[in-house]
Design a protein around this ligand. Sequence first.
Ligand SMILES: [Zn+2]
Length: 300
Amino acid sequence: MSPSSAVLGIDLGGTKARSVLLVGGEVRWARTDPTGRALDPERATNLVLEVLAEAAAHAGPAGVASVGVGVPGPVRPGTGVVRSSVILDGWDEVPFASMLSGRTGLAVGVDNDVNHAARAEWWVRGGAGGEGPDLLFVGIGTGVGGALVLDGRVRAGAGGMAGEIGHVAGGEPAERCDCGRRGCISVSVGGRSLERRLRLAPGGLSAAVAAGGTAADLLAEGARRLGAVVADALHLLDLPLVVLGGGVAEAPGFVDGVREGVRANALAEVRDACTVEPAAAGYDAAAVGAALHGTGAERR
Ligand SMILES: [Zn+2]
C-alpha cells in the first residue's frame, strides 16, 4: 500500500457515494454523489465512469493509475466478485472488479467497505510511513462489521470472514441476529438490532441514547459486552490495537464502556499490551482505503 501516483477511491454506500483522488498519499480532490437502494451494478458502473472522467482532470499528466471501489456487502477474497448486499439492490455474485477493469482499461480493486475503513486506519496510524500496527477494526453502525490488518494487509481469511467480530457470541443470548443465530454480539450493539428491541424508528437510536434512560442503559451494557468479546479476540490474537469506528461508537461513553469490558475480562498479558481507540481516519476512511487497495500493492 504505497501509492505515489494518482489513485482513485470510491465508496458506494446506501445513501451516498464518496470519492477521493489520492496523489502521493494525500487527498487532492473529492466528490459526493447521492445514491439509494436502486444503485445496481449497471448504475454503479455509470457512476464510476462519470467520477473517473472528472477525477482525471485533477490527476496530472500521467492520469489516474488505478481505481478502488468499496461496496456494502461481502466480496469473494482476491476476486473482486460482490457476493450480495442487503443495502443495495441487484448485487448477486457480480464480478464488479473485472467489469470495471474492462470498461476503464485500469487496474480495479473491489472490497467490502469495512475492510477499506480498516486499511485507512492502518494508513493514518503509521502505514503511510511503512510502520502501521497490526489491528482489529470494529465498525459499529446499523450492524457490526470487522476487519483484521496483519503485517500491513487486510486478512480476508479462507471464506472472507476474518475479523467479522459481529457474529462472535457474547450478545444478549435470547436475541436473534440478522444471520439467523441467537446471541451474536451485534444484537447488543448494532443500531438496527437495538432500535428493534427499543421499538424505535430506523435511525432513532442516537437521539434516544442522548435522552438517557433505557436506550442509554442498553447501549452501555452492549459496550461492556463488546469489551468482553474484544478481550477474547485479544486472547486469540494478542493485538496491540483495537479501533472502534461507525456512528454508534461515537455515542458518549461507548469507547470507555468497551475499554471497561476489556479490563474486566482480559488477562493482564494481553490487556496491558493493547489499546482500544476511537477511529482516526475520519469521514473519508472507506474511500481512502478503497484508493489504497486499488493500487494492487496489497496482495493476500
Ligand atoms: Zn450473527
